[in-house]
Design a protein around this ligand. Sequence first.
Ligand SMILES: *[C@@H]1O[C@H](CO)[C@@H](O)[C@H](O)[C@H]1NC(C)=O
Ligand SMILES: *[C@@H]1O[C@H](CO)[C@@H](O)[C@H](O)[C@H]1NC(C)=O
Ligand SMILES: *[C@@H]1O[C@H](CO)[C@@H](O)[C@H](O)[C@H]1NC(C)=O
Length: 304
Amino acid sequence: MATSGECTLWTTLCVCFTALHTSAVMVTMRESAIEVVRGDFVVLPCSFFTSSPLSRLNIIWTLAPFSSPQAPIQVIVYDHGQVIEDPSLIGRVAFTGLPWSADIIMNDTRVSDAGTYRCMVNNPPETADAGIGELVLSVLVAPSLPACHWDGDMDTGGSVRLSCAVSEGIPTPEIRWDKLNPEEISLPINMEDDLSGWVQIVNVSTQTSGLYRCSASNLLGTENCYINLSVYSAVAGNSSGILQGVLLTLSMALTLLALLVLILWLHHTGQDGRWRPSKQEEEEGDEGYNEIRYTPSLIKRSFV
Ligand SMILES: *[C@@H]1O[C@H](CO)[C@@H](O)[C@H](O)[C@H]1NC(C)=O
Ligand SMILES: *[C@@H]1O[C@H](CO)[C@@H](O)[C@H](O)[C@H]1NC(C)=O
Ligand SMILES: *[C@@H]1O[C@H](CO)[C@@H](O)[C@H](O)[C@H]1NC(C)=O
């Protein structure tokens, strides 16, 4: 009884003291802008100073999302010793230092978590005018794999368009096209929107052939897609085809001729009854018996 009486008395003194000095809760955000990679956790810091007891402490965190700034939500609230989260954030957000700090942790961050956060601290009977802090949270996303494709006329003199589109990335990825061979050169790109761009190649020639790369990059990384263009000049294609045909016919004729000579000659030597292997050849054959080996020895013999 005596203790509780003292406590009440002390509280009353405090109330008088704070009333006299018109003190207010002081809120400080230790950071004004925070970046987090999507999926990681983040701690949103909010410190406060109060000279009153914390029995009536009240903390409210709100978020004005970048996607809908005019529709703020109450992220998490601490009131009368109870914690209430926004239904969409249950299990992902929590206070980390109650009742001494108003810091919160957010797990498994999403792009929709980005926006302006406000931390409001009330500790009656102190006034709360100074008790608001603000910070901006950015959620970063690595570029997704871009999609490359081409269309147009791949014949000599034609025109080809190379397109590239990336579906996500924060900050907005930079998109560029390069030709990789024979040497690497950057190509002038036309941006269709923030996330896609194309390159026009006019008067296509055989020199247009080669490997092309589209890259999408931001501070979290780079992703590439490739297109391999092969331009065949109609004239060059025909003449090389003719040349190949002539060469093929020639070599086939030569082979046939050689075969014919061989057959005739084998037929001739075979009549002498010398087609059987001698003893010496059978011994040699032990190492690696192989019919083909007969032919050289036959040739040798015929010169004896
Ligand atoms: C956030 O994740 C950490 C580590 O996995 C876990 O200890 C903590 O309870 C999580 N907090 C919430 C609010 O889910
Ligand atoms: C196309 O390229 C060829 C050879 O590279 C050139 O002779 C010709 O003038 C070019 N035509 C145009 C329209 O640029
Ligand atoms: C591109 O295509 C050419 C001809 O089809 C081929 O020889 C070359 O290996 C290809 N290069 C790559 C990187 O796929």
